[in-house]
Design a protein around this ligand. Structure first.
Ligand code: CTP
Ligand code: MG
Length: 588
């Protein structure tokens, strides 16, 4: 995979575009966040009042005198009481603000991530088989599951605190400047250093995280691959080796994460040291100023109190820049998935297609999976509607590929494919695929009931239609014999059924779909002779009135066909009428 070409600015921008439907929520979170500033500004005030106006001899600040009734301003006890009351009120209101903020944040974050995940999943489903074949499914799972939440970390937990910190910083700064300009500037002297440090580290952290996520995704890909093929692993007794493969991958990812934790820790240490130096300088100079009578003790305490608050946003802004790098690396991966263009695309004004007649033509069709090694070369033939086509050829000759092109799982590199005289690229994809019912070499079932599996193409089909389809597929009897009949759960990928049973359920599915074109990719390769006979009998019924493409190795199967296509090395070596039953369909 080429390194993602996103700059930080582009990433932030895309995150915000993605989050824009929740603009008002984010704005609310920001406002509640900003409310923190007045609270932070007011927090050290009671102490300063007590130091200067209760214990010391100075009058109350003018704005407070204006706010409070004269009776209170005149009495030290009353001022002390007000100061104490302020401590409690500030704490209570501050927490209430925090609570509201947390609620809104949680809600917005969950919605944001859900929507983003839904978009990623939709896109992943739209991507071509070529993408999934080469990239592997787990990497996509990882992007949807672990990378997608990054959008929340960036939009809510990263950027909004960054903005509120900046506002806090500015207000703290103006107050400090007001009290003593020189000390404020001394305190601010460390800012460029903080900025430089966080910039330096963020670049390093981002590329580190990019690598760590790739490693982690690869480690879990091992788990998924092994669990999917657990039979084979057990049969060959390779559990230990797979274990070792997983641990090796996972350890690499662990090491990468440790290095990152070390870098981040080091950065935090350097940031803390930098601000501590600033505080020390202010303490040193401030004490001298108090000694010389240029500053009151209360003012120094106030400045030192603000200084802690001033450095907090500065430090957290720098830390944020660094800790966001993990999320930015994730966002990069999620956006990369979204940017992956589906290779098979629908034309802008694609034609609808209700029910095709079923005439199929290939015209000089060539195809290659990797762009280098041709798998099909210059294939041309014409199949009239309703014909039965047997496709023969040694293994790897390109039979499955030919069928995949017809269903537009891939587009040919050159040449064109016509359905009812129209290039299949001109049809709406969904309509086109609706014209095919397929029964595969390896039937694919979903972890649902038998009835739901049969009704996969028509989820609203009435129960009678499902039973009729099962009868037609010679599956009704074995289904009825199961303890829970049609409600029996078949387990993940249908693993609780035998190969022949799965095959007949996928046949029933094809019956129920009632599509004009039938595609059978060696539907009887995995079953015994008796089952084959029952399946073939059902197939005979299914093929009536449909154009059928049947891939088969056995002569007996091929003899049921009216047209024979024979592939060798990706080329058509024979296209003609089947020898068995001559038919008046012509093959070009
Ligand atoms: N191939 C590939 N990439 C894929 C699928 C197939 O490069 N994603 C290659 C295979 O290596 C093979 C050729 O394409 O050399 C044809 O594959 P296929 O059409 O699947 O062959 P079939 O004729 O269907 O073989 P079989 O009888 O074994 O099913
Ligand atoms: Mg095949």
């Amino acid at each position: 995979m080429p390194p993602a070409p996103y700059t930080s600015r582009k990433l932030y921008w895309r995150v915000f575009r993605e989050a824009s439907p929740y603009g008002w929520h984010l704005f609310g979170i920001l406002l509640i966040g900003l409310l923190a500033t007045p609270f932070t500004l007011l927090t050290p005030l009671p102490l300063a009042i007590v130091a200067d106006s209760v214990l010391g001899e100075q009058p109350l600040p003018a704005w407070l005198q204006a706010l409070l009734p004269a009776a209170i301003v005149g009495s030290r006890e009353a001022i002390l009481g007000v100061a104490a009351g302020m401590v409690v009120a500030l704490a209570g209101l501050g927490k209430l603000r925090g609570l509201l903020g947390a609620l809104l944040t949680t809600y917005t974050a969950a919605q944001l991530v859900l929507n983003f995940r839904a978009r990623l999943f939709r896109h992943a489903q739209r991507l071509s088989l070529a993408y999934h074949d080469t990239r592997g499914s787990y990497d996509t799972v990882y992007r949807v599951q672990h990378d997608a939440p990054a959008i929340q970390w960036i939009a809510i937990d990263g950027v909004i605190p960054f903005i509120t910190s900046a506002v806090t910083l500015i207000s703290m700064l103006s107050v400090t400047l007001h009290i003593h300009r020189g000390l404020a500037l001394v305190a601010l002297g460390v800012a460029p250093l903080l900025y430089g440090l966080s910039r330096l580290y963020s670049r390093r952290l981002r590329s580190g995280w990019r690598g760590a996520k790739k490693l982690e995704s690869a480690a879990f890909a091992v788990v998924q691959e092994v669990l999917n093929a657990v039979r084979v692993v057990k049969a060959f007794g390779q559990e230990d080796r797979e274990q070792e493969r997983f641990v090796r991958q996972a350890s690499q990812s662990l090491a990468a994460k440790l290095r990152l934790a070390w870098s981040e820790g080091l950065l935090n240490l350097l940031l803390a040291l930098t601000t501590a130096t600033g505080t020390a300088a202010v303490l040193f100079l401030g004490a001298r100023l108090v000694q010389r009578g240029e500053l009151s003790l209360g003012e120094l305490l106030l400045i030192l109190g603000y200084l802690a608050q001033l450095y907090k946003p500065l430090e957290s802004m720098s830390q944020k820049v660094a800790s966001l790098q993990s999320s930015l690396a994730s966002a990069e991966r999620a956006f990369a998935l979204l940017d992956e263009a589906p290779e098979v695309v629908e034309l802008l004004h694609a034609r609808p297609l209700h029910r095709a007649r079923g005439a199929v033509s290939f015209e000089h069709v060539s195809f290659s999976y990797d762009g280098a090694r041709p798998v099909l070369r210059e294939i041309s033939f014409h199949i009239p509607a309703g014909a039965r086509v047997g496709i023969a050829g040694s293994t790897g000759a390109g039979k499955t590929t030919l069928i995949s092109l017809l269903m537009r799982f891939y587009d040919p590199s050159s040449g064109r494919i016509l359905l009812d005289g129209v290039n299949i690229r001109r049809y709406k994809l969904r309509d086109l695929r609706n014209q095919f019912a397929i029964v595969l070499q390896e039937p694919v079932l979903f972890s649902a009931s038998i009835a739901e599996n049969i009704a996969y193409a028509r989820p609203n089909a009435p129960h009678e239609a499902i039973v009729a389809a099962a009868r037609a597929a010679n599956a009704h009897d074995f289904i009825r014999a199961l303890p829970e009949g049609y409600a029996t759960a078949v387990g993940e990928r249908g693993m609780r059924l035998s190969g022949g049973e799965r095959q007949r359920i996928s046949l029933a599915r094809a019956f129920l779909k009632d599509a004009p074109i039938l595609i059978l990719d060696e539907p009887t390769s995995a079953v015994d002779v008796t089952t084959e006979a029952t399946i073939m009998e059902a197939l005979e019924r299914l093929m009536v009135g449909r154009t059928t493409f049947m891939i088969a190795h056995r002569l007996s199967t091929l003899e049921r066909c009216t047209i024979r296509l024979e592939l060798a090395n990706g080329q058509l070596v024979q296209a003609g009428e089947a020898r068995g039953k001559a038919h008046d369909h012509a093959a070009a």
